[in-house]
Design a protein around this ligand. Structure first.
Ligand SMILES: [Zn+2]
Length: 297
């Protein structure tokens, strides 16, 4: 009986909805070829900041929020761009649900980390840093390092920290140390973040393999917010934000050359987003215990 009702319902819906032919008619003539939606790649969250792409002295994240409600590895207040801060808090909350985690120790052996009721605890070390602060950090570092710029500290304007879109995150042990060191990578927290950060829209920005491309030494604690789709793409392809930007710029140039219309494409992507799902389960389990009926629009 239920099945009959559903079949009738599906016929009514099919007659009343905008069917496939109508949707197809609205597909832009010039196809956007890149697997990521155009609206995602044009997002401000993917902005590239490095020695060749400097932020203006006056640049500040907007909106900017004070990051509260999570553990910090500093007594100073930490600020970040609002969406990035919210995403970071979600990552911390997900870590708190981890009770066991397999990781590779410095000896190359797989180990099991076990946590108490607080789960895996992460510590936020730093977020937004102003141009002026970065200038001081840079000058102090050069003083300590005999005037040598070895790539550990970004020049003012070239630090992602000024964007407010990144965070340095440590575990309890490293949070208590005066300096951050690369052996943090052997901790379960660093490995869990690398494995899971994309789910929250973050990428591990300065990887061990990409020091030449990024111009920055490996930082297992530095996570940059780019949005979930872009993060998943970058982490799965194991590319840098520099390589991603180059790829997108090439795709955009090609699209423009073929006469693509960005506005039309983005409108199309929004329509696709708002479209009802292709199928959905009307009634999860029927009397016979099987998934009942899916309606196709
Ligand atoms: Zn950092």
């Amino acid at each position: 009986m239920k099945k009959l009702v559903c079949v009738i319902l599906s016929l009514i819906l099919c007659m009343s909805c905008a069917c496939a032919t109508a949707t197809e008619a609205n597909i832009p003539e010039v196809k956007w070829e890149h697997p990521l939606p155009l609206m995602e790649v044009q997002s401000d969250y993917t902005m590239l900041v490095n020695a060749d792409h400097l932020l203006d002295k006056s640049f500040k994240p907007d909106p900017q929020v004070k990051v509260t409600g999570i553990k910090r590895a500093t007594s100073a207040a930490v600020y970040m761009e609002k969406t990035a801060a919210e995403a970071l808090k979600k990552m911390f909350a997900a870590a708190a649900l981890v009770t066991e985690y397999n990781y590779v120790g410095a000896d190359g052996k797989t180990k099991l980390a076990q946590y108490g009721e607080d789960g895996m605890v992460l510590y936020l070390k730093s977020g937004y840093r102003s141009y002026g602060t970065q200038a001081t950090v840079y000058a102090n570092y050069l003083d300590r390092n005999n005037g040598v710029d070895d790539g550990y500290v970004a020049k003012p304007g070239s630090s992602e920290h000024q964007s407010g879109l990144c965070a340095d995150v440590l575990n309890a042990d490293y949070a208590g140390r005066p300096t951050m060191t690369q052996d943090f990578k052997w901790t379960p927290e660093a490995q869990w973040m690398k494995e899971n950060c994309a789910e929250f829209g973050f990428i591990l920005r300065y990887t061990e393999e990409a020091e030449e491309t990024t111009g920055i030494k490996f930082e297992p604690w530095h996570f940059r917010y780019v949005g979930e789709s872009v993060a998943a793409y970058i982490m799965a392809k194991e590319i840098t934000l520099e390589e991603y930007t180059e790829e997108i710029n090439a795709a955009l140039a090609d699209y423009e050359e073929r006469g693509g219309d960005s506005e039309e494409q983005i409108a199309y992507e929004f329509r696709k987003m708002n479209k009802p799902p292709e199928t959905f389960v009307l009634d999860e389990y029927g009397e016979d215990g099987d998934a009942e009926v899916s309606l196709v629009f």
